[in-house]
Design a protein around this ligand. Structure first.
Ligand SMILES: [Zn+2]
Length: 125
């Protein structure tokens, strides 16, 4: 009972902030997994960035979601759950090729380059 009332109040405030940080971390992690990022990346961004981190994640995930929509429109698979291109679970199912015009990796079954719009002609071998 000899403790000053302000210290007890500060502990409650810090606990509240800590819970908020963890909640933001969990939120960020969920947003990250939905857009194909690693869960812990979203968790860390949400945990340390708070509402700003969530906003940044939202912008990133919105951008990726739009990119995924574009990919589906072109008849290509959306982002793999983790990582890009080689090594991913879709690497063998959807082989990639290099666009002769812009040099970026595109799905082999694509008829147009999703980056520069170059139409792919039939390549012999
Ligand atoms: Zn291209």
């Amino acid at each position: 009972m000899s403790n000053s009332p302000s210290s007890g109040f500060m502990i409650v405030v810090w606990l509240f902030v800590l819970v908020l940080w963890v909640l933001f971390g969990l939120w960020g992690g969920r947003m990250a997994t939905r857009s194909g990022l690693e869960y812990w990346i979203g968790f860390l961004v949400g945990f340390f960035g708070g509402i700003i981190g969530i906003l940044v994640l939202w912008l990133i995930t919105r951008d990726r979601a739009m990119e995924n929509q574009r990919r589906i429109q072109y008849g290509q698979p959306p982002y793999p759950p983790t990582g890009y291109g080689t090594g991913g679970p879709n690497a063998t199912a959807n082989p990639l090729k290099v666009c002769p015009h812009c040099g970026r990796l595109v799905v082999e079954s694509a008829r147009f380059c999703q980056y520069c719009g170059t139409a792919f002609t039939m390549t012999a071998g």
